[in-house]
Design a protein around this ligand. Structure first.
Ligand code: RIB
Ligand code: CA
Length: 332
């Protein structure tokens, strides 16, 4: 068990609730939270996304078991609110963990539905940090059932979106938002205190490159081997997708910011909305970066958008060396 690097030993335990479509990068994010001494993971809820709900649930159970943790896993939505489920097995492997045969030996999922578990966990732990690593279907269902619950949630760290940049599943959209844009729309308009961690933050220098992969493997710990092996397919897929050589880890970046907010170095508050009607721009996170939607001078031009105050805190940059050091601190 480790203390998230850069955090004082406060002695206080923070409560995390993690919603995930557990595939290879989700699994690494989970092991970071499960390995943080000052974090109590009250529950893990699963949602259809990268892989089927059943497979994602198995992957979450495997990861909890592999980390020697005792955290309940609650299965949630098997498909988006209104659309058919479309997965990302091409990127993560058929089983989502690089097809190496990682499967739980003992742990089984809870029979309670994720939506019920999320609501009960929030009421039992007011002010908790909600971390979402997959499509927002479960969270939207919670908000439809109990809109006022937003007042009992502290931070909501969302891995999702592509603020003012290219998408990874279409030119316009990032996968988590694209899979269920209607759910993302509900979440963005719910009043949750959202910290938006876009896919662009795990690209470029933030990619775990070939030399770093060899360094991690050299530590020869179970978590180091699992991190690299489970992301073997993702490494091949990244080469195809962007030409970059290495492992791109969006969920671990989001988890790093959840564990240590100071890893996010450039933030600003903006009105963010999601396209749900156009096929071309389905799932696009439209960020009002210049805040034109709240500028009186634009009333004529943007009357339909005016009076749209900021509804999300958008992260534009992270401290890459500190992000990587935090990740590596769990693998040595
Ligand atoms: O676009 C990246 C996101 O979609 C990550 O959360 C990945 O695990 C997939 O869910
Ligand atoms: Ca994910």
């Amino acid at each position: 068990m480790r203390l998230a690097a850069g955090l004082r030993r406060s002695g206080m335990s923070r409560v995390f609730l993690i919603d995930t479509d557990t595939a290879s990068d989700d699994a690494v994010a989970l092991l970071m939270a499960l390995g943080s001494e000052d974090v109590h993971v009250a529950g893990i809820t699963t949602v259809a996304g990268n892989v089927s709900l059943e497979q994602g649930t198995r992957n979450a159970l495997y990861t909890v078991e592999f980390c020697g943790a005792d955290v309940p896993v609650y299965p949630g939505a098997a498909k988006p609110l209104t659309r058919a489920h479309q997965d990302a097995t091409w990127f993560h492997g058929e089983d989502g963990l690089g097809d190496h045969g990682f499967r739980p030996q003992h742990r089984i999922a809870k029979s309670k539905h994720a939506v019920d578990a999320i609501i009960e966990t929030i009421h039992a732990n007011p002010g908790l940090t909600l971390v979402t690593l997959g499509p927002l279907t479960n969270i939207a269902l919670v908000l439809q059932r109990e809109p006022g619950i937003v007042d009992k949630i502290g931070r909501t760290v969302v891995m999702g979106g592509n603020p003012c940049c290219e998408g990874n599943v279409t030119p316009a959209a990032e996968f988590n938002i694209w899979v269920d844009p209607e759910a993302a729309h509900i979440v963005l308009h719910s009043g949750l205190r959202i910290e938006l961690i876009g896919w662009q933050l795990c690209r470029g220098e933030a990619v775990v490159g070939p030399a770093e992969i060899e360094r991690v493997l050299g530590w020869n710990t179970p978590l180091a081997r699992f991190t690299i092996e489970s992301n073997s397919r993702a490494r091949q897929a990244l080469k195809i997708q962007t030409g970059e050589d290495g492992i791109c880890l969006p969920d671990p970046v989001a988890m790093a910011v959840a564990l240590d907010p100071s890893i996010g170095t450039t933030w600003s508050d903006h009105y963010v909305d999601v396209e749900t009607r156009s096929e071309l721009t389905r799932g696009m996170t439209v960020v009002d970066r210049l805040n034109v939607a709240s500028d009186e001078r634009n009333r004529e031009t943007w009357s339909s958008l005016l009076d749209r105050p900021p509804n999300a805190r958008v992260c534009w940059e992270i401290d890459v060396p500190r992000w990587k050091e935090l990740l590596f601190s769990f693998l040595r």
